[in-house]
Each structure stands twice: as C-alpha cells, then as structure tokens.
Ligand binder design. Sequence first.
Ligand SMILES: Nc1ncnc2c1ncn2[C@@H]1O[C@H](COP(=O)(O)OP(=O)(O)OP(=O)(O)O)[C@@H](O)[C@H]1O
Ligand SMILES: [Zn+2]
Length: 395
Amino acid sequence: MSLPLHDYQRYGRQMIIDGFGLPGQLRLRAASVAVVGAGGLGCPALQYLGAAGVGRLAIIDHDRVELSNLQRQILHNEETVGMYKAESAALALRRVNAELTIDVHTTALTPENAIALLQPYDIILDCTDNMPTRYLLSDAAVALGKPLVSGAAQKLEGQMCVYNLGAQGPCYRCLYPVPPPRAAVGTCEELGILGAVTGIIGNMQALETIKIIVGVNDPTPMLLLFAALGTPPFRSIKLRARKPTCPACSSPTGQLASVTSTDYVQFCGGPNPNWLEQGLLPGGTGHRVLPKDLQDTISSGKPFKIIDVRPSIEYGICKLPGSENVPLKNILSCPEKIISDNANSGDLYIVCRLGNDSQLAAHALRQNSSGTIIKDVIGGLRAWSSQIDPEFPIY
Ligand SMILES: Nc1ncnc2c1ncn2[C@@H]1O[C@H](COP(=O)(O)OP(=O)(O)OP(=O)(O)O)[C@@H](O)[C@H]1O
Ligand SMILES: [Zn+2]
C-alpha cells in the first residue's frame, strides 16, 4: 500500500515521527471520525484532524454561526455568520485539504438518529455543550462499541477524556452515574469561556484521536484536567476499568434499544427553564415589567432607582445611567439592607443581563419589603437593547 505522491510531501513531517511512518499515515487516511458539535471544541478538533489527513470526517451540528461565536470557534468567520456551523466548518476544512471526505449534517444528534448517524465512523468526538447530549453520546458509543473522545470547557478550565476505550474502558456513566442538578449547570453564555481554553481542549481531543488511530495511545484511559490559572495547569488521573454495576457499559443486552427509548432531557433535569416566558417566581401583579415600563418611568420624572444585580465585572462592561450595582449574591445575603437603604428611592427596578437573576433578587427583596414596589425587568438588559436602545451593548 502506498499514498498518492503529493501526500508524502504533505504529511512527511508527521510520517517521520517514531511510531507513525507510512503505516500510520495510511491508517489516518483510512480512518473515519464523527465530530458532534462544530463550536469551541469542535472547530480546533476538526481543524487538526483534517490537516493531519483523517480520510473521512462527519460534522454534526444543527446551529448557525453567530458573531459571538467567532471569539473561539475558529473555523467560522465574518462571512459565514448565519450559515450552518457544519457547512461553515466544512468550507474551512476543504480550503486546507480538498481531498477530505466530509459528511455534513445540519441536524442535531437525537436519540432517534444517533445510532444511524454515528454507525459509519470509527471514533466519535463529543464537542457539545450540554448534559443530555453527553449521556446520549456515551450510550450510543457503548452501543456501537466505539471510543468516545470527550471534551468540555468553561471559563478558564476544561477537561478531556476518552470513554469506552477498548474492552475495559469506562463510559461516561461509569464516572457520572447521575447528572448534576439542573441549576448547577451553566452555559458558556452564562459563565463565559476563553477561546484559547477551548483551543487547548479541542486540540487535545484531536491529538488523542490521532494517537488512537495510529495506535500509539496508552491503553489505560486518563481524565485530563486543565485550569489556565492552576499551578500546574495540567493534571491527569488514570481511570479505573468499567464499573460492573454500570447500567450502560456493563449491561449485556438492550443498549441499542435504550438509546432510542431514553428521554435524555428529562434524565438531566428537564429542559432549560425558559424563565423569560414562564416567570421564575411569582412577582405580584404588574411587578414583572417590560423595558418600556422602565423607559416610561425614566421620562416621567417620578422617583425611581435602578438596581443592577450583575457581577461587578459585567457592570463594568456597560450599564444604564444612574443605576447602582448590587450583585445578586449581596442582595441575597442581605435583602433587608437594600430595602432600608432605598426607603425613599421610589420604585425599585431590578435589572440583570438576561432577566433571570433579577427575578431571584426581586423575589428576595419583595419578601423583605413592606411598602416599596419592586419591579424586575423582563429579559433584562438584552431586552432593553433590542426593545428600547439599540446602542446599548449586547454581550
Ligand atoms: N445534540 C446536539 N447535536 C449536534 N450539535 C450539538 C448538540 N448539542 C450541542 N451541539 C452543538 O455543540 C456546539 C457547542 O459549542 P459551543 O458551546 O462552543 O457553542 P454555542 O452553543 O454556540 O455557544 P454559546 O453558549 O456561546 O451560544 C454548538 O455549536 C451546538 O450547536
Ligand atoms: Zn459505564
């Protein structure tokens, strides 16, 4: 077996590495990898897998590129904002390597389609950002008997692990039999993420995948933990073998059936609470208000006060004129003080970024208020920007 002539030149730098050689490159060329999620982790992972000459790649992502993605999702660019991420990523990969076979799927991975979508590939990468998909991918990888190279990143931290490796490698459920409480899980939008951090984890996913394909990986899987501010920043833990009690990887039968019959969203605590529409907490009639109500009050000349409950780092990014910053945790620890400090301020308008934390703050204040009217602004500053003042920054 040999490679096309130009591939010796293209891949020569990696072919001369011990353990790689011509057989290693032929293995990469013959390999197929499914990458689920073409976001912060998926972009760097795909970039290096494609550049290294992995012959066939699937890109599965139902989402479209947004401006707020470009800070870390490095295969997308200003011209592909609005395009499906899977298509945008494929476009970028083809520019580097026109010979790749890329299967583009602009649909979400679901229990109904997971087995069929993932079946054709040797290795699966979890580059997604939510618990239901993590469990779904783990169960599907177990059912199909394929390694799952899983990444996660938030703020300045991340982790990477290969599940279901070989006959003994544990699955995600072996390590995390029950999902964390719904309220303990935040998104990148809520918590923040630095692009270089997703870059590190996504690259590690690509590297582990390449090692497995070429056959130079350690057969004992590791959990790699990264913290940008940690000393040292990298730590790793060798994983034990499968848990004999694991309902997924140690169950002799029924795995395929259970993937399609499991409600992963319910298992992980239900859908994202749509606090905006439902109202997280009872507000009292008229006290959950639209941004227009605040605007009317500002122009009416009546006394009022805006209390912005975002963390001070966010308040420093942008703020409404005249507002006072009292972060949510300070309000929750001492609501009666806010009430007494503002006894003569008029109505209190509570704002935050998206209108969720303001509901928690307003609820605590209402419970301690005898006369003061506490209003929380539905949709927060994001809604203020879209409904009242397009010049107000969205972040
Ligand atoms: N079930 C799924 N099937 C396919 N893709 C998924 C699934 N769940 C999540 N994803 C994708 O995984 C990617 C995760 O990447 P990332 O968190 O960086 O992006 P994001 O969701 O655009 O971020 P943000 O929180 O800033 O909006 C997203 O592009 C998302 O669409
Ligand atoms: Zn298991």
